[in-house]
Ligand binder design. Structure first.
Ligand code: MN
Length: 230
């Protein structure tokens, strides 16, 4: 195939213990998946209807690279989230098909231009400018599901400049991983390479230029980085 302009590079993530990388196809995110976080945002949880949005694959920041402070905001927020990577897909998956589709797990930040999100909410506009901007999805190396899988007690936490900002346990999620994959597959034909951000616990707050962050999915994944000047 010959193209008239250079084709884009395929974004990819390192995999712990493997030389080969995981190619990223799409990035799906669930909103309001921890009740306490929904409360702090002044929202309520609709347990029967998970709410999804997307980021472009090339929003992913990998390998501990600095995250450039984005343009057009004065209120960049962190949302630490478990990230699920898919090795298979399909439509209308059942629970066991959903579980079998999981490649591995990581931890990431669903970075959010909170000021632009507030404007979008007030005007009933889409969330894209608040969520789907450049460099809005730093993600750790992935842990193969066959190596280690999270469980209900697994802790997720975020430190900024060594201060604990966010923490929770996966049992606090309104929709568990299997349910999220099943629900997404009713809306999209899922594909190998898809990533899913699974929602954030309470404690979201602003990041400043120069901040260092450390996100941990207990015994599974670690993401360390820094907010650049942008
Ligand atoms: Mn989020």
């Amino acid at each position: 195939m010959r193209y008239l302009i250079d084709p884009p590079a395929i974004p990819s993530l390192p995999v712990i213990g493997r030389e080969e990388r995981f190619p990223v196809r799409r990035v799906f995110c669930i909103g309001r998946n921890y009740a306490e976080h929904a409360r702090e945002m002044g929202a309520t949880v609709d347990a029967s209807a998970p709410m999804f949005f997307c980021k472009p694959a090339d929003a992913v920041v990998t390998d501990g690279a600095d995250v450039a402070y984005p343009q057009a905001t004065h209120d960049l927020h962190h949302e630490v989230e478990m990230v699920v990577a898919l090795k298979a897909g399909g439509r209308d998956l059942n629970a066991s098909q959903a579980d079998d589709a999981i490649f591995g797990y990581g931890v990431g930040l669903d970075l959010t231009r909170r000021d632009l999100q507030a404007i979008a909410k007030a005007k009933s506009h889409p969330w894209d400018v608040a969520k789907a901007f450049d460099h809005s999805a730093p993600v750790s190396a992935l842990r193969l599901a066959s190596d280690a899988a999270p469980h209900a007690e697994t802790r997720i936490s975020l430190y900024v400049n060594d201060d604990l900002r966010q923490h929770g346990q996966l049992k606090d999620m309104v929709h568990g991983v299997t349910d999220i994959i099943v629900a997404l597959s009713k809306l999209f034909e899922l594909k190998p390479g898809d990533l899913i951000f699974t929602g954030t616990p309470a404690g979201v707050a602003a990041l400043q230029r120069g901040d260092r962050f450390r996100a941990e999915l207990e015994n599974i994944a670690l993401l360390e980085g820094r907010v650049g000047n942008g």
